[in-house]
Design a binder for this molecule. Structure first.
Ligand code: ARG
Length: 299
């Protein structure tokens, strides 16, 4: 809490990796939003992406840009390249994604090269071997790394993630086909608040997630399917692709400023602003407690 009683702003979310959409297409179907008959317009997509990056930079965030592989049309969704953290000893580390679908697995080789320039790297599973993990399923909140599993990340991967990072992992089972990543149904807003769409999860996981968040902004299924939870928070500003009136009223009542950025071309691939940006400034020991050896908590 600050002296005014408002919960502390998120300390992370001021440094991102993004992939310039030079080869963004919908070539295959791995989520319910994708339809190869409905292709993004390349010029419009690039303009929307540039506006998003300029908006984040205007808020004081730093955005690093990685070139898109021509053979990886979904690589624009940089959130899924891996989970980077800074460790208590000052070292930088990244857990690379092991994507559920072979269509995206080549992205990890490029992500590994990029992360390896400044960090040690590790895998949860590897191509064809072991558990899947997609970083869009994992965000710090409260005392743990909150991880959605089911559609993309395997339950088996949670233990490896906890051990690799030396943190507590709280797993929540996702069951909604349209909210196949955690970041479509959950978004940390500050120290006490987060957007949560209970309809994304099985009953026990929905109840456990609501219990973890002291002041949840509970989203209906219809609200979440506008991609409003797939937003990025920079201090007290929420950069959102859409904001239903009721959600706006709650956020503004809590003192957040809302900035809308249209990234509709990217909704054709099933992702929005959070999916297009990967936070690089999550600190173990600040944003989630260090727990050597790690642990997994399931509902
Ligand atoms: N087409 C991509 C996929 O299905 C979209 C990824 C969205 N990213 C996210 N972090 N939710 O993998």
């Amino acid at each position: 809490m600050t002296r005014t009683g408002a919960p502390a702003v998120l300390p992370w979310g001021r440094h991102y990796l993004a992939v310039r959409p030079d080869h963004f297409r919908v070539d295959y179907v791995i989520n319910p939003f994708m339809d190869p008959a409905d292709q993004p317009d390349p010029a419009r997509a690039l303009a929307q992406w540039q506006r998003m990056v300029a908006t984040l930079e205007g808020l004081g965030a730093r955005v690093e840009v990685l070139d898109q592989r021509p053979d990886a049309p979904d690589m624009v969704y940089a959130m899924n390249l891996g989970l980077g953290v800074l460790r208590p000893d000052g070292s930088a580390h990244a857990v690379l994604s092991h994507m559920r679908f072979p269509e995206r697995r080549m992205e990890t080789a490029t992500a590994r090269d990029w992360f390896a320039r400044s960090r040690s790297t590790a895998y949860v599973g590897r191509d064809g071997v072991g558990a899947h993990f997609e970083a869009g399923d994992a965000f710090p909140f409260g005392d743990a790394l909150v991880v959605g599993y089911g559609p993309r990340t395997d339950e088996l991967g949670l233990k490896q993630l906890a051990v690799e990072l030396g943190v507590r992992v709280r797993g929540f089972r996702i069951t909604h086909p349209g909210m196949y990543h955690m970041d479509l149904a959950f978004n940390p807003l500050d120290g006490r608040r987060a957007m949560v769409c209970p309809d994304a999860f099985d009953e026990e996981s929905a109840a456990a997630l609501l219990a973890l968040v002291p002041e949840p902004l509970v989203l209906s299924e219809a609200e979440a399917l506008t991609f409003c939870a797939n937003s990025v928070v920079v201090g007290r500003t929420v950069v959102m692709p859409a904001c239903p009136d009721r959600v706006r009223a709650v956020l503004e009542g809590w003192g957040f400023e809302i900035v809308l950025v249209d990234v509709s071309e990217f909704h054709k691939g099933g992702g929005s602003i959070r999916c297009l940006t990967n936070p690089l400034d999550i600190v173990v020991g600040r944003d989630l407690p260090a727990l050597p050896g790690g642990s997994v908590v399931l509902p």
